[in-house]
Design a protein around this ligand. Sequence first.
Ligand SMILES: *[C@@H]1O[C@H](CO)[C@@H](O)[C@H](O)[C@H]1NC(C)=O
Ligand SMILES: *[C@@H]1O[C@H](CO)[C@@H](O)[C@H](O)[C@H]1NC(C)=O
Ligand SMILES: *[C@@H]1O[C@H](CO)[C@@H](O)[C@H](O)[C@H]1NC(C)=O
Length: 313
Amino acid sequence: MIQPLHVGCNFCSEMITKFRCMSAKKSFYFLVLISVICFDNGVTKSYKAVVFMHGIFGDVAVESQELDAWIKQVHPDTPFYAIPLYQRLDSLVPLWKQVDVISKEVISIMNNHTNGIHLICFSQGGLICRGILSTTQHNVDTFISLSAPLAGQYGDTNYLKYIFPNFLKSELHRVLYTKEGQDVSLGNYWKDPHHLEEYQKYSKFLAPLNNDTYTPNINKYKQNFLRLNRLILIGGPNDGVITPWESSHFAYYNSEEKIVEMEQQRYFLEDSFGLQTLYKQKKIKTYTIPGVQHIHWHSNKTVFDNAILPWLI
Ligand SMILES: *[C@@H]1O[C@H](CO)[C@@H](O)[C@H](O)[C@H]1NC(C)=O
Ligand SMILES: *[C@@H]1O[C@H](CO)[C@@H](O)[C@H](O)[C@H]1NC(C)=O
Ligand SMILES: *[C@@H]1O[C@H](CO)[C@@H](O)[C@H](O)[C@H]1NC(C)=O
């Protein structure tokens, strides 16, 4: 992992050979100097591995190709992993099941990159990453949430029409807030602001993650989530799928379908899972980017250059 990048291996090994023939005092200072040049240099210049998690109905090759190519262009040595699990129709599997399987894959990546990794998680993938961040002793440095319905979803979209062609959003609570409805991933983060009691009763994923319902593990979730060093929230008003789009920034509808900002959300005020702590530590960066439709977030170079690349350090 730790490699002398700038000065090259020859320089360092030569110095280490010289060190063998020195007096104790001299060798101490020499060692300090060499560690600074050879090791510190290596640590700061080797970029952390990046893991990409696709969205609902996602095809991982399609959704990750630009990101992979752009990262390789700028930081050629960055290890890049795109999680090939639960693609396309399989993405409708309930989220805790997905988190369970995907965590194992992500943990084995983390174990190979002990200096930390970055997560870029798109759309529904953002919720899967939240699940991982709350339930594992991860070493994620930066979680980049790319237009994800982090605070829930309540909207008529093409996706919705595809899964439930005959339902209006205002009626969906009848199917999603049931035992069977929770067997579809969308049901796990459907948050109908007019039926919050049913949401609290049935939502198996978002409600416990937010401590919106009785959650025995909430303190553990919080401890784990706070292992994060940075949280980057990217979203925008022309998204067209995430509804309300502000959900990508942890804001959400109240019962009049007016937006209540993150800072006024109960889970923020009570610091249920660590959001307020991260905010006070200035570890949250929010981007509102107009002009990007949902399916274009991961392939828009302006978004990459301005909102993603600066954090891949
Ligand atoms: C971790 O590294 C080992 C040894 O190089 C390799 O066999 C394994 O596939 C890696 N795991 C992942 C998830 O990349
Ligand atoms: C979670 O909610 C319960 C009430 O249901 C509350 O007593 C507890 O303090 C909350 N915990 C956190 C960490 O927000
Ligand atoms: C890319 O993002 C910029 C904003 O950063 C936006 O103006 C532009 O319309 C986007 N292009 C596409 C194809 O989404």
